[in-house]
Each structure stands twice: as C-alpha cells, then as structure tokens.
Design a protein around this ligand. Structure first.
Ligand SMILES: *[C@@H]1O[C@H](CO)[C@@H](O)[C@H](O)[C@H]1NC(C)=O
Ligand SMILES: *[C@@H]1O[C@H](CO)[C@@H](O)[C@H](O)[C@H]1NC(C)=O
Ligand SMILES: *[C@@H]1O[C@H](CO)[C@@H](O)[C@H](O)[C@H]1NC(C)=O
Ligand SMILES: *[C@@H]1O[C@H](CO)[C@@H](O)[C@H](O)[C@H]1NC(C)=O
Ligand SMILES: *[C@@H]1O[C@H](CO)[C@@H](O)[C@H](O)[C@H]1NC(C)=O
Ligand SMILES: *[C@@H]1O[C@H](CO)[C@@H](O)[C@H](O)[C@H]1NC(C)=O
Ligand SMILES: *[C@@H]1O[C@H](CO)[C@@H](O)[C@H](O)[C@H]1NC(C)=O
Length: 580
C-alpha cells in the first residue's frame, strides 16, 4: 500500500450563499482532490472501504483564521458502472460514528440503483472528528463511572413536574461536567449543523464531480439536509430526507417531539391489530385476545390488559433469579414493538408479552431483555465512545432563541406539558428531551434561522427534494415529512408503509427502492400520495425483513453501547431516550 499522504488544501474565499448573507462560504480550491486509499484493516468491515480526508476551515465565521479541520471520509464504490457520481450519507444521531464497521452498504447500493459511490463522513463532534471530537470525559473509565441516573425518567404525567426538576438538576450537573472537561472551550461552538453543512459542500468540491450535492440523510440527517438545502439551494442535485425530524422544533424548541400524546397509543393499537390479524401462529399475544369481540375492540381490550399488567407488576414485582421483573419489562417490550430498529423480531417481542401476561417462562423473558451473552467481554473499543456527548454537543449548541434555551426547570416543565400530552411514551420522551439541554454552556457560532425556510411558495432548490416517512415511526412521525415538504417547493413525500424509524431500519420494500432509484437516476419524483408496501408483512413467518436490514445492529459501536447500558440500567428502567 502506498504511504499516507497528507493533502493540505489551499483555502479560498468565495461569496456567501444567499440564505446567509453575513457568513462566508470558504471553499477548498478546486484542484484539491481527495487522495483515496484502501482503509487500513483493524476495524471489522473496514477493508471494504476507501479512506480519504478533506481539509476545511476550522471556523467559517473567522476569516482571519487559517486554522483547519480534517474531515475523515469513507467511500464504498458504485457496484455498477459507469459511476454516476457520489452520494453523501448521514445516519443521524447527531453524534453517531462507527462508520468503519458499517456493513449496510449492500442495502444502500441496492436501493440507490448501484451506480453511485457512497460517501460517509465524520461530522464535527463525532468520535472520528479529530480536533473537533466533542467529549465530556478524558477517559472511558471516567465516562463509565460517571453517576448516570439509574431510575426511570418520567413515570407518569402526575410525577412529571417532580421528575423533571430532578432531571433538570442532573443534566445541569452534566453540562458542567462537559464544560470542565473541555480544555479547548471553542470545540463546543464549532460543531454546529451549519458548519457541517459547509463541510459537506467542501466535500462536494473536493470530489471534483459536477459541484452538486447528492445526499441521503436519515433522522437528524434530515435536519442536516434541510439546513444544507436552505443554505445552498443552487447546489442541490438529489436530496433524500428519510425519517424526517421537525426542523423548527429542532432549532427553536427544547424538544424535537411534536405534540402527539394519543398518537402513540393509536400506533400501539394498530400493531396489536396486525398481531390479531396474523393469528396465534405468528403472534402469540393473539392467544390472549377476547375472541368474542370485534377485532378492533379486541386490540383495544388487549392494550388495556397490558396496561393493567404493567400496574400489577409495578405494585407486585416478581423476583426471577437475580432480576426483578416489574412494569418496566412491559414498557421495554412495548417500546421494542414501536421502535423495532434494535432488530427485535415483533414475533419474539409479542411472545414475551404473552409470557408476562400469563406469568410463565419468566426466565426466558429476563433472558430476552438481558441476553447473558451481552455480559461477556467484547472486543475492546477502538476509541472512546463519545456518541451521547457528541449528540448533546451538537443538538444543544444548535438551539436558538428563548424557547430553545430554557433558563429554569419551570420553563422546561411548561414546554414538556405543551409537547407531551398525556400518552405515557410521549410524556417521558418529551420530558427527558426538554431537560437534556439544561443550561447548556455553548452556542453554535453560526446559528441557523428557520425563517430561511419560510418563504412564499416554499424554498426553491435547483432540483426537487424527495422526503420519506414511515407510516408508523415513533421518533420521526410522517407528519414531520409532510410539514417540511410544505416549505420545500416541489418536494414530494413518499410513504413507506412500515413500523420503525427510517426506511432502512424497517422491512425492505422493492417499491420504495424503485422510487429512490428512479429519483436518483432520472430525477423523477413519485406522484403525491404514493405509498409503498414492504416485501413481507409484519407478523408473518419468516420475517427476515427485520434482520440485517437495520443499521444499528450492524454497527459494532452501538452494540457495545447496548451492552453497557444493559449493565448499568435494569431492564425495568427506561434507557435515557435520546434523539437519533
Ligand atoms: C486522514 O487523516 C487522518 C488523521 O489525520 C490520518 O490518520 C489518515 O491517515 C488520513 N487518511 C488519508 C487517506 O490520508
Ligand atoms: C497561520 O497564521 C499564522 C499567523 O496568524 C502564521 O504564523 C502561520 O504561519 C500561518 N499558518 C499557515 C499554515 O499558513
Ligand atoms: C440463576 O442465574 C445464573 C446465572 O445465569 C444461573 O447460573 C443459575 O443456574 C440460575 N439459577 C436458577 C435457579 O435458575
Ligand atoms: C407468578 O409466578 C410466580 C412464580 O413463578 C409467583 O411467585 C407469583 O405469585 C405469580 N404471580 C401471579 C400474579 O400469579
Ligand atoms: C430570523 O430571521 C427573521 C427574518 O429575517 C428575523 O425576524 C428573526 O429575528 C431572525 N431570528 C433570529 C433568532 O435571529
Ligand atoms: C410545522 O411544524 C412547526 C413546528 O411544530 C409548526 O410551527 C408549523 O406550523 C408547521 N407547519 C405546517 C405547515 O404545518
Ligand atoms: C445477520 O448478520 C450477522 C452478522 O453479519 C450474521 O452473522 C447473520 O448470519 C446474519 N443473519 C441473516 C439472517 O442473514
């Protein structure tokens, strides 16, 4: 292999994008090409990728500075020829890393038609972001021993105020920890989304193609995509926003979650209806239904039975060997049904709910929620896992305005009440999310003003944008995609009819893949109102759609994180819900 060459790019000053008249867009010079090399072995799956770097300005708002930042890139080459250029991909988080272990490229190549190179990049703040890696601890040991809360976040709407005040104090202490451990305080203000958007355009320049952006962003990646579209509308070629977050809430409010209290419950009943329709052979829980009722009412009755079970286990927990089975077990199983991206087959999840309802096979239930193999030591991490810190660093620093930066716990309480409604899931997610940026000490140097998107007739991008929403996605409901679409002139929302977060964490759909491929290759958007069915139904055996098509399960770093959290938090506790 050739020796490692360092490419120092000469930085140019170019005129600002219309959307941001005060900020400069400094581009790398056009002759600054990326020197690709096969990635070094070491991380699993690494060898399949090419590695490269792009040098960008450290601080886009400081024209007098010549300090730089190196953005690491990974390339998976097109599987068909000729290559039609590159697609940048962002898997959300923000703060996610572990790119070298990413094994999902065959699925993305399949969905994108195979004619594009896929480019992953390390956003500022993430673990491979070099001098802009955002961390709140000096060592992994320090991180592991930090006293994270071990009790459920918000248990009920009634205890919301008390729990939120407590969480607010916790998160404020955490913010102080982050401040103390960052020797270079500037890092926190240099990792915001607008700077990442500028880095992306520098990557596009350095790729030396047509100077236009092709991009697929998942979850938070949709915020990044909407931001880059607003800042560089003339340079948009193909942009897919998948699992769309609410960009207005992301920047301007404490929480990204829209008010939708009863929605979660409706969604939950929908899944139970699917289960009943599939029958006991494919969904054991169907055995617990009251057969003499109409199917809609059966689902409702089953939902109530499960709620009562939760209450019963909370007041009378059962000790099973070294574990206490309480209502949290039920909540965790419910969560798995609503967000199947952890690669749990819904048939298994409903089987264990069935066990709990019938007070049997509890050892199996415990094993399912705390797999003992998870407790075996894994390969040592390649680098410290700063993912949660990066997420806070980016998300909290991006917040603007009064509603985005509550001063007191009381401000957060008002916000959580507006957002949370009364559904259990939504309430604790909203409350945890309002508290997580408590007294955040940093603010991005270039903030994004969402009014850039609020223009008459919608923002006009050079080419139209494709948005994708899953019928049921607890984290990013399809309403968000419809909302954003009204601000992006000519854009279309495709509905992917599945349960889960983002298309690629759900069952594969040839129909969805065809829409994506046609858009990328020919620029053809689907008719408004188009909806795509997955290849396989939710509860029918076998359902390989939920296996190996999930990004999270393919990432070594997130597997490590799961192990840690299952050790520190009992299954009876909600894991701290973070935006991803
Ligand atoms: C990219 O930069 C990193 C960090 O500076 C370095 O370790 C790596 O060798 C570089 N890769 C290439 C392909 O130049
Ligand atoms: C950056 O600027 C400083 C002065 O501000 C100068 O001393 C240094 O040589 C410059 N570095 C480069 C790489 O141009
Ligand atoms: C309890 O769990 C331990 C560890 O998994 C196991 O070795 C032991 O046999 C279990 N005891 C009973 C009574 O099931
Ligand atoms: C469930 O079974 C356990 C033993 O496995 C028993 O201790 C407990 O009382 C039972 N609970 C109910 C509600 O039947
Ligand atoms: C955003 O821009 C609008 C219109 O230009 C302006 O009225 C508003 O004050 C700006 N908001 C912030 C937070 O700067
Ligand atoms: C989009 O969402 C934001 C935040 O919830 C809201 O203020 C706005 O009115 C919505 N726009 C449309 C067109 O629904
Ligand atoms: C899923 O991926 C894992 C790891 O790559 C592999 O061991 C397993 O056999 C795969 N399962 C299926 C059903 O393809």
């Amino acid at each position: 292999m050739s020796s490692i060459r360092l490419v120092i790019c000469h930085l140019l000053l170019a005129s600002a994008a219309v959307a941001h008249p005060t900020a400069t867009y400094r581009s790398s010079s056009p002759e600054c090409k990326i020197e690709w090399e096969q990635c070094p072995s070491g991380n699993p799956g690494h060898q399949a990728w090419d590695c490269g770097n792009v040098t960008v300005p450290l601080d886009y708002t400081d024209e007098s500075s010549n300090e730089t930042h190196t953005v690491q890139l990974w390339r998976s080459k097109a599987v068909k020829s000729p290559s039609m250029g590159s697609i940048l991909v962002n898997f959300g988080g923000p703060g996610g890393s572990g790119f070298p272990g990413f094994q999902g490229s065959p699925v993305i190549h399949w969905m994108t038609g195979g004619y594009y190179d896929l480019i992953l990049f390390a956003p500022r703040g993430t673990s491979e972001a070099g001098n802009l890696r955002f961390s709140c601890f000096d060592t992994q040991e320090e991180r592991d021993s930090y006293p994270h809360d071990g009790r459920p976040f918000i248990n009920s709407f009634e205890s919301l105020e008390r729990d939120l005040i407590w969480s607010w104090a916790q998160r404020q202490a955490y913010a102080n920890q982050c401040w103390n451990s960052n020797k270079d305080k500037r890092v926190g203000e240099l990792i915001g989304t607008t700077f990442v958007a500028r880095d992306m355009m520098n990557i596009v320049d350095a790729l030396g193609e047509d100077g236009m952006l092709r991009y697929w962003g998942f979850s938070y990646g949709s915020i990044l995509g909407a931001t880059v579209a607003a800042m560089f509308p003339d340079r948009i070629h193909r942009v897919i926003l998948d699992g769309v977050s609410n960009v207005f809430n992301y920047y301007n409010r404490l929480t990204i979650y829209p008010k939708q209290g009863s929605k979660f419950d409706a969604v939950y009943r929908y899944i139970l209806s699917e289960c009943l329709a599939a029958g006991p052979d494919n969904c054991a829980l169907a055995r617990d239904a009251e057969k003499d009722l109409p199917i809609g009412e059966q689902a409702w009755a089953l939902a109530i039975q499960i709620e009562l079970l939760k209450d019963r286990l909370n007041s009378l927990p059962i000790v099973v060997n070294a574990s206490v089975v309480d209502g949290g077990y039920v909540s965790n199983l419910q969560n798995m049904l609503l967000s199947p991206e952890d690669d749990k087959d819904p048939r298994d999840v409903t089987l264990h709910l069935h066990h709990l309802l019938n007070n049997k096979s509890l050892t199996e239930v415990v094993e399912f929620l705390h797999p003992s193999k998870d407790l075996e030591p894994d390969d040592p991490p390649q680098y410290d896992d700063n993912e949660d810190e990066a997420q806070l660093g980016i998300r909290c620093s991006d917040k603007t305005g009064r509603n985005g930066r509550a001063e007191t716990a009381q401000d957060a309480i008002s916000e959580a009440k507006i957002i949370g409604g009364s559904g259990e899931f939504s309430t604790w997610i909203a409350a945890a999310s309002t508290a997580s940026c408590a007294k955040w000490p940093w603010k991005s140097k270039e903030s994004f003003n969402t009014s850039t998107l609020q223009v008459e007739g919608g923002l006009r991008t050079r080419n139209r944008i494709l948005l994708i929403g899953n019928t049921i996605d607890v984290k990013t409901p399809i309403e968000n995609a419809r909302n954003l679409s009204t601000y992006l002139a000519g854009s279309v929302v495709l509905e992917h009819k599945d349960v889960g977060h983002c298309t690629l964490m759900t069952r594969l759909s040839k129909c969805t893949a065809d829409v994506v491929t046609r858009y990328l290759l020919d620029g053809v958007l689907p008719e408004k109102g188009t909806a795509c069915e997955p290849n396989k139904p939710l509860f029918h055996a076998p359902s390989p759609g939920l296996v190996n098509h999930s990004f999270l399960s393919l990432w070594p770093s997130s597997a490590r994180k799961k192990q840690r959290s299952s050790r520190t938090l009992g299954a009876g506790h909600h894991a701290l819900p973070l935006f991803d």
